[in-house]
Design a protein around this ligand. Structure first.
Ligand code: DGL
Length: 267
């Protein structure tokens, strides 16, 4: 595989652009093909089998586009599909859960770690497993926050309703006295202010986008796949539905790195 080949990145929708933004900044020579499954978002409430099927379809498509590695930028898809994808495809595959767990373990002092995510991610116990692999006596308190994704998609990032819902969901984490909280969903970093106000300033919030981009860089270097040629990075964005909305929101997020969105229906 040539080191100039692109890295594939996928998410259930737009949220994975948080990871792309970090990759552009940390890995400026790498080309990226991003697939946002906007026709089938959200993945959070769907069954593991359905999310695995969608993830396989997207990975097979990206393989056909010649990617040298894949970043699964969606927490729910990482939780349900990462082990299967790693077995079935022959390029390096990086998820968002291991890097997020590693970052949490590195900063917690009390070993009381909170995790919030979609219903699917929390039910899978994927974060607990990863955190306990690294810190066996960690006390993990996990909470599904199903209404956070629709609130973010509506742009209700800091309204009274959002604060009330956040207080409700986050109460068990406050009672457990966590010192670190993993934002285990692509959308939650956009609610950092509200979440931080509810859990308190002393709780460290972990956003796995930064760690995931760092891990992607390490994997590429270890596998001899790093692109060291400057100024050659190209970015392609593909959405399974509503490319205009994707473009408008994507430009707010990534600026001039995104000027066109292709449409492709899978399944
Ligand atoms: N991308 C999903 C995640 O990180 C959130 C949105 C969805 O439910 O599809 O879990």
């Amino acid at each position: 595989m040539s080191s100039s080949a692109p890295i594939g990145v996928f998410d259930s929708g737009m949220g994975g652009l948080t990871v792309v933004r970090e990759m552009i900044s940390q890995l400026p020579n790498e080309s990226i093909i991003y697939f946002g499954d906007t026709a089938r978002v959200p993945y959070g409430p769907k069954s593991p089998d359905t999310v695995l099927r969608y993830s396989r379809e997207i990975t097979a498509f990206l393989k056909g586009e010649g990617v040298k590695a894949l970043v699964v930028a969606c927490n729910t898809a990482t939780a349900h599909a990462l082990p299967a994808l790693r077995e079935e495809f022959d390029f390096p595959i990086i998820g968002v859960i291991e890097p997020g767990a590693r970052a949490a373990v590195a900063v917690t002092k009390t070993k009381r770690v909170g995790v919030i995510g979609t219903a699917g991610t929390i039910k899978s116990l994927a974060y607990e497993k990863e955190i306990r692999k690294l810190l066996p006596d960690a006390q993990v308190t996990a909470q599904a926050c199903a209404l956070f994704v629709p609130l973010v998609e509506e742009g209700w990032l800091d309204s009274e309703v959002t604060r009330a819902i956040a207080r409700n969901y986050l109460a068990p984490l406050v009672s457990s006295d966590v010192d670190t909280l993993v934002l285990g969903c692509t959308h939650y970093p956009l609610m950092k202010t509200v979440i931080g106000n509810v859990v308190g300033r002393d709780v460290r919030l972990i956003d796995s986008a930064h760690e995931t981009a760092r891990e992607a860089g390490e994997v590429l270097r270890a596998d001899g796949l790093e692109n060291t040629t400057p100024n050659g990075a190209r970015y392609r964005f593909i959405a399974s539905d509503a490319p205009d909305t994707f473009l408008a929101l994507g430009q707010r997020f990534l600026g001039s790195s995104i000027d066109r969105v292709e449409t492709l229906t899978l399944g």
